[in-house]
Design a protein around this ligand. Structure first.
Ligand code: HDD
Length: 705
């Protein structure tokens, strides 16, 4: 049934509705609307005869099928999307005139796409990789895209290196291996001679690269952008998304297992959270820098390999984004959505960051081959809610029927319409910036510090996080077959931190070169003097920044955490219900996992329906495990290798584990030391278990291995 106007949550949903099809209670038809009487048999010359060319129904169906695929995105091919809205807390008029950032009453519809970078469309969600965090705001003044990542810096400083970087990280061209992984020779070959990547390498080797959920990761605009207020005054701005559930990750070994057990883990998590009404929420944060302070810092604001430590310029939280609706159709919405950092609205503008400048070309260009036509903006998910009037015409798959006899401007025949907008009417006006300089192919010396912020990041990590970085580097470089690359990398790491380099070298069975090959700044032209291009180290304003460590994230909620209850026939029913009620009340979700599906009989005579069997479930798909008591139940589980593995693995991945009554016997059988192990709750204490789940992981257990 058609919805009435006020039944739509926002203008974007209303705009999508006429393009949405629903086959419920309808006849099957051809694309021409002709009802089909037989969809089982092609038209033949006789029952056993050849098919006839005149079978327009079959030809239409197969032709469509033959052309269903479009090129996947060259990067960020694998992704998941969601609809929602953004609302600013209070007007930001002092800094920007952007309408959606000035009216707290206005809910701006958004579409967000999260992604991995290197893998193909069908690759695993849990690859060690950067995550894309792209937001399309359908504002009243036109579409604004904030196309960011879950890490605040990037591998390279200049867009001209992007194709090289992507070719290095993608599967190697001769045999197309490995899929969705940076652990191979060409990636590390490139990195080992590209010292500007070292800060980003610290982030990608950290647990930020294996998030627990899209709902539990930060987002960053990366570049410094510009805001402009109504008086024309500009200031610099860095964008942050802060997830209200905090920033959490999984263990690397766990990530590899999830990739096999459920390669759609993040996509499913996002979908299920929205379907169950647990809407992901992120606050938009900004760091604002007055224009006069452009040269005040020991790093260049235009250099995308640098952050501004939050201790120097705090992040102000200015609004909230809520994702409250899943797409109706993956292809139509998530696959066809087209982001572009050049989709701007008045009040927001670029800076001269050379990475951003190159992006401004690439995103429009790529849509032409990906979506096939300059009319990609007419695809429903890409249409602005603001009206579109211009003289762009024709092209493949044009949808709009433009009325009128002119398609040029200025004109007199159509009374000059559509006409230019004055700034007072909301016309976009590029920021007036004074540029003095010579045209050169080169890089500013202020971009030459490649290590200081890598060191700042590494020194800001907790001991567990540092250990994970070391292990990630040992893994990645361990997969590299060329020893020279390993040694070059260890040399580069020694410029970040000697302890880090020594630990990685030890794992690789090499030594840190006494005199590491001096890293050369690769922005050097063929006839340049290498001496002029040596990387420099510039003292940073802080030696440590708490905001860089996940150890300081939100740890006071268990909302949406997935808890497995391991049960078998004979389970203690009261131990199930008491714990389940408390966890559900605190916002967690519980699944009963048993040796088989169907009704599981409790000792009391009541029964519970198993949600999953030990065959379909695995501890890596949960945040915590609880084993209620019941002598018979525990006797069965103790004999079940998958139950033993379930608990043992949860423990090894540092997850909270709780047992009640006889459940303690299972812990013993699984080699989990119950007493004094952090995050292991015995005697089924509900409060202690909830507090442990909120902590997320007990990494200190790793040391006890
Ligand atoms: Fe990019 C896609 C983020 C540098 C060229 N990029 C893409 C997406 C995200 C980013 C989130 C996926 C959008 C979606 O979901 O559809 N890219 C970044 C960030 C960068 C960055 C945060 C650095 C700060 N990108 C970058 C450079 C270039 C590109 C330097 C080219 C010179 N990016 C592309 C692209 C893609 C893309 C080829 C592939 C698909 C698409 O644009 O629509 O144009």
């Amino acid at each position: 049934m058609a919805k009435k106007k006020n039944e739509f949550p926002d203008k974007k949903a209303e705009q999508l509705a006429p393009h949405t099809e629903d086959g419920a209670d309808q006849f099957l038809t051809t694309d021409q609307g002709v009802r089909i009487n037989d969809n089982q048999n092609s038209l033949k010359a006789g029952e056993r005869g050849p098919s006839l060319l005149e079978d327009f129904i079959m030809r239409e169906k197969i032709t469509h099928f033959d052309h269903e695929r479009i090129p996947e995105r060259i990067v960020h091919a694998r992704g998941a999307g969601a609809h929602g809205y953004f609302q600013v807390y209070s007007p930001m008029a002092e800094y920007t005139k952007a309408g959606f950032l000035n009216d707290p009453a206005r809910r701006t519809p958004v579409f967000v796409r999260f992604s991995t970078v290197a893998g193909s469309r069908g690759s695993t969600d849990l690859a060690r990789d950067v995550r894309g965090f792209a937001v399309k705001f359908y504002t009243e003044e036109g579409n604004y895209d904030l196309v960011g990542n879950n890490m605040p810096v990037f591998f390279i400083q200049d867009a001209v290196k992007f194709p090289d970087f992507v070719h290095a990280v993608k599967p190697e061209p001769h045999h197309e291996m490995p899929q969705a992984a940076s652990a191979h020779d060409t990636f590390w070959d490139f990195i080992s001679i590209m010292p500007e990547s070292m800060h980003m390498i610290m982030w990608v080797m950290s647990d930020r690269a294996i998030p627990r959920s899209y709902r539990m990761m930060e987002g960053f605009g990366v570049h410094t952008f510009r805001w402009i207020n109504a008086a024309g005054k500009g200031c610099f701005v860095k964008f942050h998304w802060k997830p209200l559930l905090g920033v959490h990750s999984v263990a690397w070994e766990e990530a590899q297992q999830i990739s096999g057990k459920d390669p759609d883990f993040h996509r499913r998590d996002l979908w299920n959270a929205i379907e169950s009404g647990n809407f992901p929420e992120y606050e938009l944060g900004v760091q604002l820098i007055p224009e006069e302070d452009e040269h005040k810092y020991p790093f260049d604001l235009l250099d995308p390999t640098k952050i501004i430590p939050e201790e120097i310029i705090p992040v102000q939280r200015i609004g909230k984004m809520v994702l409250d609706r899943n797409p109706d159709n993956f292809f139509a919405e998530t696959e066809q959505v087209a982001f572009h950092p050049g989709h701007l609205v008045p009040g927001i503008d670029f800076t001269n960051d050379p990475l951003l400048q190159g992006r401004l070309f690439s995103y429009l260009d790529t849509q032409l081959s990906r979506l096939g036509s300059p009319n990609f903006h007419e695809i429903p998910i890409n249409r602005p809610v603001a009206p579109v009037h211009n003289n762009q015409r024709d092209g493949h798959m044009r949808q709009t029927i433009n009325r009128g006899g002119t398609a040029y401007e200025p004109n007199t025949v159509s009374a000059g319409c559509p006409f230019q907008a004055k700034m007072a009417d909301g016309g976009f006006h590029s920021y007036t910036e004074r540029i003095d300089g010579q045209k050169i192919r080169g890089r500013s010396k202020s971009f030459f510090d490649h290590f200081s912020q890598a060191t700042l990041f590494y020194h800001s990590q907790s001991p567990a996080e540092q250990r994970h970085i070391i292990n990630a580097l040992r893994f990645e470089l361990g997969k590299v077959t060329n020893t020279d690359i390993r040694i070059r990398m260890v040399g580069l790491l020694s410029q970040v931190d000697n302890g880090l380099a020594a630990a990685v070298a030890e794992g690789l069975g090499v030594t840190v070169p006494a005199k590491p090959e001096q890293p050369v700044n690769r922005s050097i032209p063929a006839d340049g003097d290498p001496a002029r291009y040596q990387p420099q180290t510039v003292r940073q304003p802080v030696d440590k920044s708490d905001a860089l460590s996940m150890a300081h994230t939100v740890k006071d909620t268990i909302r949406t955490r997935q808890i497995a209850f391991l049960i078998a026939d004979g389970v203690d029913s009261s131990a199930i219900t008491a714990m389940k009620d408390a966890l559900l009340k605190a916002g967690a979700q519980v699944q009963l996992v048993a040796p088989r599906l169907g009704a599981i009989k409790a000792a009391s005579g009541s029964s519970f329906e198993a949600d999953q069997s030990l065959l379909t479930a695995a501890s890596v798909l949960f945040d915590a495990v609880y084993v209620p008591g019941g002598a018979d139940s525990i006797a069965v589980l103790q004999q079940h290798p998958d139950a033993i593995r379930f608990v043992n693995e949860a423990y090894r991945h540092c997850k909270p584990v709780a047992v009640a009554g006889d459940g303690l016997q299972l812990l013993r059988a699984t080699m989990v030391p119950p007493e004094e192990a952090p995050g292991v709750v015995i005697s089924g204490q509900v409060k202690a278990f909830i507090a442990a789940i909120a902590q997320h992981r007990f990494w200190e257990r790793e040391l006890a291995k």
